[in-house]
Design a protein around this ligand. Sequence first.
Ligand SMILES: *Cc1c(COP(=O)(O)O)cnc(C)c1O
Length: 396
Amino acid sequence: MPGFDDELRERLSQLRGKGLYRELRQVDSPQSPRLEIDGRIYLNFSSNDYLGLANDPRLQEAAIRATEKFGVGAGAARLICGSLAPHHELECALAAFKGTEAALTFSSGYATALGTICALQEKDDAIVIDKRVHACIVDAAKLSGAKVRVFAHHDLEDLECILKWADQRNARTSASRHPRTLVVTESVFSMDGDHAPLSPIVELKEKYGAWLMVDEAHATGLYGSRRGGLAESLGVSDRIEIQMGTLGKALGAAGGFVCGSRVLIDYLVNRARSFIFSTAPAPAVSAAASTAIQVVQSNEGEARCRQLWERVAEVKAAGNRPAQAQTAIIPITIGDESKAVEAASALRQAGIYLPAIRYPSVPHGQARLRLTLTASHKAADVSELLAALADLKFQF
Ligand SMILES: *Cc1c(COP(=O)(O)O)cnc(C)c1O
């Protein structure tokens, strides 16, 4: 029998053989269009810091002030003695931002999905997810013990078939509580940047009496006149039971949140295990997120979005894909995992940081360079990227 480390080495070497090995790269600079790695500066097109707020002086200042007043660690879970003023202030700001009665924050978006989905659905219930939802939703659905059904990406007919099935199944069950169906989708999909058909999904879930949870991780801060997200821009926010998101992308901080009715939030405080059994987020981070929400809602937030969409338009024009939805995420599909790694490495040699995204982040054989733009990129940065892509003869 091989020893523990030998066994793991063998498993890793299999990953390597398939082009699926991953490793960490130490970054020695803050998030920005330029990253310092191993003493070299790279032009960065891989961050989710869409509005360029992660290293904003006002967020830094808010974090420093909160640290001076509340210390570094929250010291306990929220329900014990860790429910600090910055957490409550952030939740008020989030609810106002999203136009809901209340909000609850978690230590990450991942923990938000896990805690929320598992609190709502259990063994006799059903969860219906889009084929391409984020791993945290897939993991949560599995962990909940509910019956999980997957509909083809954006396929409303498939979704309706499954909702019909769930409706009949729920009616048949002899459980003491009437089983419920929860539909979960992202609004802007993390790896493709495409938009879910949210309005028809809302119509369908209402037709079949299902609940809807929308993950706005890649939309919060970017869409709608108040930049609340895609649901706001489509005018369907108040018909979505559970709006979730992360504070770690366009909002430049860290943590996750749910916005919804007061009773939903009270319920999650009582039942979401990733909330209950976890130390409260650092007060510095919550204070920084509150500041980010102010910036996003201001005229400056609007201006930053405009800069982002200008950069996006420049890339799209060069890549000849004008019909694609408005998105900061532009996948350059390569397919084969090892080829994608080679492509990323060639770009790195050209001074462009754009790592390969592979299984299990995307399906097997759909490896890609996930190009993201931010409001901090300049037109000259995009030109440099486009020149490097052209040099390497990338079609996108
Ligand atoms: C990033 C992401 C999350 C997780 O959020 P974190 O705060 O990073 O844990 C959840 N859902 C989607 C769609 C994401 O892209």
